[in-house]
Ligand binder design. Structure first.
Ligand SMILES: *Cc1c(COP(=O)(O)O)cnc(C)c1O
Length: 461
């Protein structure tokens, strides 16, 4: 299996090189050169299998010879062993034709664990073979950083450095990053906001001397291996509702378009998905793009679903690449226009996107009202991100069963949930001592030189 860049001008890579590289050298994103298709019989045969067995069968064609079958099975087993639910991604019913896919039973209580836990294992196995060391550096507004730390803590061949804006992540999110005691974990509280943290990471990647010295690697949501890991739960949930004999639709709360793009890949692989509904909060660039073709940047408005507060949606480039007939030059041109503020999607490309994607937007008030109403009618407590999706799904219900993705546990966003319902959701028992564990964090200024020096010292490079 070969991977090509959406901008058409970077080297073609194998699976593990694409995973280690992250962003392509031409600024594009890696995608498979062709999508393997599963037959109806192969999809039907997934019924009744464990999540891990479904994961093996769905992902195997994408990894080429990067891992042997036995090795890949073992890595999948290790990745999901720390989940708090035997089904890994259980499906619960909300109403007659509406189901909720609970993706928050991983170690940090958000769906990002599905991808991050797996790539932790894949990185470690790949590095053991090459004898190399990498330093993973990432910026986070909360969920990605905690998922990365949880996935890479204690692994060999890897240091993980996470920059978060001091004082601007929730207590649960901060403690998930600062309480792991393994020496390869480095949580840095930066005096600045999330954009400052992101700019610092970008500057580190552009400082080639530093990049090579510490072996910088990225695990942000554009990493192809993360997208791939998320394809699995589209299959496991659709099959449990009768696919391939019966089609399903999905509604996905979206920021960077990574999760919903995984659904698009599942559809390309042959899973009968009628519609993929993109649900945004008040930061609605994707809803505007899919409804009018207008992809224009707008400042970020902070919301109660902060993990979807984005200005531009990085993985959307992968969908545009297909919609423009896999023309890397056309994508390159759109991205140049985006730097100037935005672009208009061509009629042909918009038509292609609309064959698969629908979209909707949910206001802050509607998010609160949905948390309240869903609890009243089903007893399910939603996090604000999942509530955005449940509201948009309700607007798009039809005769095809709808599966809405619940991306975080409500206890990860207790303030918003309390504001909506009047009571505070409790952490699951396995995490109840989070507030008793000692914290370990380095507070540091918004200063590239100081941060690079600290990373060199900590990693001894
Ligand atoms: C990251 C995140 C999202 C958005 O996911 P994308 O892949 O960026 O679209 C939604 N909900 C939660 C809880 C998240 O952490």
């Amino acid at each position: 299996m070969q991977y090509i860049s959406t901008r058409g001008a970077a080297p073609v890579l194998g699976f593990d090189e694409a995973m280690m590289t992250g962003l392509a050298r031409d600024g594009g994103l890696y995608v498979p050169s062709e999508i393997p298709v599963m037959t109806k019989a192969e999809i039907a045969a997934l019924a009744g299998l464990s999540y891990e067995d479904v994961a093996f069968r769905v992902m195997r064609p994408f990894i080429g010879d990067a891992f042997t079958d036995d090795e890949f099975r073992r890595l999948i087993a290790q990745a999901y062993a720390g989940f708090g639910h035997a089904a890994r991604a259980p499906l619960v019913q909300l109403e007659a034709n509406h189901f909720l896919l609970e993706l928050f039973h991983g170690p940090t209580l958000a769906f990002k664990d599905f991808a991050m836990q797996l790539i932790g294992q894949l990185f470690q196995a790949s590095l053991a073979r090459s004898g190399k060391h990498v330093t993973i550096v990432g910026a986070t507004s909360g969920d990605t950083g905690s998922a990365a730390i949880e996935a890479f803590r204690g692994l060999t061949g890897v240091d993980v450095v996470i920059l978060f804006p001091h004082g601007r992540v929730s207590d649960v999110q901060r403690r998930q990053m600062t309480t792991p005691s393994e020496p390869n974990v480095h949580a840095l509280a930066v005096d600045g906001d999330f954009d400052d943290c992101q700019a610092l990471v970008k500057d580190m990647f552009n400082d080639f001397a530093f990049r090579d010295a510490v072996g910088l690697a990225g695990v942000n949501s554009i990493n192809w291996a993360r997208v791939l890991a998320q394809v699995v739960y589209y299959f496991s949930s659709a099959v449990s509702l009768g696919a391939p004999h019966r089609p399903v639709s999905f509604t996905v709360p979206t920021g960077n378009f990574g999760d919903v793009f995984a659904g698009y890949i599942a559809r390309q692989m042959g899973l009968p998905i009628e519609r993929l509904v993109v649900a945004t909060n008040q930061n609605d660039i994707l809803h505007r793009a899919l409804s009018s073709g207008d992809y224009t940047k707008d400042g970020v408005k902070p919301s109660i679903s902060p993990s979807m507060d984005i200005q531009v949606s990085s993985n959307f480039e992968r969908a545009l690449f297909d919609a423009y007939g896999r023309d890397g030059n056309a994508v390159q041109q759109l991205m140049t226009e985006l730097k100037q503020g935005g672009f208009r999607i061509s009629q042909g490309a918009l038509g292609m996107l609309r064959e698969t994607f629908a979209s909707g937007r949910c206001s802050e008030e509607e998010t609160m009202a949905t948390i309240r109403a869903t609890y009243a009618t089903s007893g399910e407590v939603l996090c604000p991100h999942s509530a955005v999706a449940v509201k948009v799904a309700a607007d798009n219900l039809g005769t095809t069963p709808m599966i809405t993705l619940a991306t975080a546990h409500p206890a990860k966003f207790p303030d918003a949930v309390e504001q909506a319902m009047g009571s505070r959701p409790a952490l699951p028992p396995r995490m109840a001592d989070l507030f008793d564990r000692p914290e370990r964090v380095t507070r540091i200024g918004n200063d590239l030189g100081a941060i690079e020096a600290l990373i060199r010292e900590r990693t001894g490079r």
